[in-house]
Design a protein around this ligand. Structure first.
Ligand code: ATP
Length: 361
């Protein structure tokens, strides 16, 4: 299979720092693919190597099956949109978007047609004659996008393009970008440290840390079946409990955590006797006043803390001196504030085995 972009064991050092370590990725044609990870994990360096701004020390970069290592940036079928989009301030919107095509000396009529199409895609039709200073931050970012799209690249590289926008606008632009990508069908590779942003927009996500790719998967796979503790922690909230894998029974794994027996979905590649980390998402923990007899995993506890955040109520619940859990309950009509769920209340926590993920220590 020919991929839009393929990285084969690509590494890059800056002096002592190994910015990218043996990264392999296979990005499909038409995919919205995100590189997600904390600051300094190597996302930008990976993107810059695809763009051609950095040269890998080892490994191979292919675009549509062609080796790119020796190809300069301007000969690669890619365009990059940065957070700081650097529009030409003395040029109008039209001139900014047309600039690249004029450099290529395309016929005037074709330039006009392609610029009009790009501006329509980013919903800026009618603003052709404005200057960047007469536009909002979101509009300026759309001009930068149009400027990249007008070249019809095979792959569009985006490095935190929404980073400078306020939260509300950023959320709007996330959906717009996703729709836009769908319409144009161009492969997008998107760098972000914001897990919600990556989840909202991506077909697949590569989670990176310390120069390595830890997991590649759809948002659902990454959230529901995180491969490592780092991934479970970085994407959403998780309770981590240290325990020991005791046995496999009837398709489940029996784990012991601080004296509590616990049934979990059966993990791959782990065996009875091993020390493990158990991960449970707060929203998968049911909190109730009555003992929930239908759940195999149910434990009495005491509420330590209640935080009402509108959509949900967050709890810290103590099971014994050494064990406390965070739980999150959705507030429905008539349930908030929750009567009976106050600090000090005796309650039950429960969860189904499928909600428990057993990870290597
Ligand atoms: P951020 O979100 O903060 O941009 P990132 O995940 O994109 O982080 P990179 O910018 O790729 O991470 O950096 C990875 C590592 O390489 C960091 O430790 C960084 O300091 C280092 N690094 C990146 N570029 C250079 C450079 N030109 N010279 C020296 N070190 C660099």
């Amino acid at each position: 299979m020919v991929y839009a972009v393929e990285l084969r064991e690509v590494s890059k050092r800056f002096g002592e720092v190994e910015a990218v370590h043996q990264v392999s990725l296979q990005i499909r044609e038409g995919e919205f693919f995100s590189l997600l990870g904390p600051s300094g994990c190597g996302k930008t360096t990976t993107l810059r190597m695809i763009a051609g701004f950095e040269r890998p020390d080892a490994g191979e970069i292919l675009i549509r099956g062609q080796r790119m290592n020796e190809v300069p940036p301007f000969h690669r079928p890619v365009n990059t949109v940065f957070q700081h989009y650097a529009l030409f301030p003395h040029m109008t919107v039209f001139e900014n978007v047309a600039f690249g095509l004029e450099m290529k000396r395309l016929p005037r009529e074709e330039i006009r047609r392609r610029v009009a199409e790009a501006l329509r895609l980013v919903r800026l039709t009618g603003l052709e004659n404005r200057y960047p200073r007469q536009l909002s931050g979101g509009q300026q970012q759309r001009v930068a996008l149009a400027r990249a799209l007008v070249n019809r690249p095979a792959v569009l590289l985006l490095d935190e393009p929404l980073g400078a926008l306020d939260l509300k606008l950023r959320k709007e632009m996330q959906l717009e970008l996703k729709n836009l990508q769908h319409q144009v069908g161009i492969t997008f590779i998107y760098v972000t440290h914001d897990q919600e942003e990556a989840m909202t927009m991506s077909d697949r996500i590569a989670v990176m840390n310390q120069g390595r790719v830890l997991q590649v998967g759809t948002p659902v796979e990454i959230y529901e079946r995180p491969a490592t503790r780092f991934v479970a922690d970085f994407i959403g909230e998780t309770n981590f409990l240290e325990g020991r894998l005791v046995a496999f029974e009837e398709g489940y794994a029996r784990v012991e955590v601080e004296g509590f027996p616990l049934l979990a979905a059966r993990p791959d590649g782990l065996f009875p006797g091993q020390s493990v980390t158990v991960a449970i998402r707060p929203e998968r923990i049911h909190v109730s006043l009555e003992e929930p007899l239908a759940f195999p995993n149910r434990y009495p506890g005491q509420i330590e803390e209640v935080i009402y955040i509108g959509t949900d109520t967050l709890f810290r619940i103590r099971l014994n001196e050494r064990l406390a859990l965070r739980a999150r309950m959705q507030n429905r009509e008539g349930t908030a504030p929750l009567a009976g769920y106050a600090p000090g209340s005796a309650i039950w926590v429960a969860w189904i085995p499928e909600s428990v993920r057993v990870l290597r220590e």
